[in-house]
Design a binder for this molecule. Structure first.
Ligand SMILES: Nc1ncnc2c1ncn2[C@@H]1O[C@H](COP(=O)(O)OP(=O)(O)O)[C@@H](O)[C@H]1O
Ligand SMILES: [Mg+2]
Length: 156
């Protein structure tokens, strides 16, 4: 298992999206992406890029109120037809709330799952069973610059 991080310095929302779109196309099925970073760091922007890379043309909005959005991956060929889930756990405050989301069932679908405020998973009780887990950390450097650090957490 390799723990080497990849770092990218983004100078605009468009650059963040383009980087995420390219990266998304390299992902294997059954991948969970844990997004970490403050409000406004660019988590949703990054996920918008991932969705674009997966050929999803519907607008990607923050699922802060509905918590979970599901899309169907259109590309690349090795992921086509699998689900792409976008979750935002910002409002999750207890292990009980976390367990009602049905995260295990989502992971079992074998697609790509992107989770904003993934820190909330530390409330407990959720087994990360995906084949591949990445932590993507976004840090605002200036108004328009973001440091994006991708660390593989799990690979089985
Ligand atoms: N390089 C950049 N990458 C991503 N977003 C950026 C960048 N520079 C400025 N921004 C701005 O930062 C904000 C990020 O918002 P958003 O993606 O919703 O963050 P989060 O989901 O982490 O709260 C947007 O207003 C976006 O235009
Ligand atoms: Mg967001």
């Amino acid at each position: 298992m390799t723990k080497t991080s990849t770092e990218f310095l983004s100078c605009s929302p468009a650059a963040t999206e383009a980087f995420a779109a390219q990266w998304a196309q390299t992902l294997p099925p059954d991948t969970v992406i844990l997004l970490m970073g403050d409000l406004g760091a660019g988590k949703t922007t990054f996920i918008r890029g991932v969705a674009r890379g997966l050929g999803i043309n519907e607008p990607v909005r923050s699922p802060t109120f509905t918590l979970i959005h599901e899309y169907t991956i259109q590309q690349p060929e090795h992921l086509k037809g699998l689900p792409f889930f976008h979750l935002d756990l910002y409002r999750i405050e207890t292990p009980e709330q976390l367990s009602t989301l049905g995260l295990e069932e989502i992971f079992e679908r074998g697609g790509i799952v992107a989770i904003e405020w993934a820190e909330r998973l530390e409330l407990g009780g959720i087994a990360l069973t995906a084949a591949q887990v990445y932590e993507v950390r976004l840090t605002a450097q200036t108004e328009t610059e973001r440091r994006i650090t991708i660390t593989p957490k799990q690979n089985r």
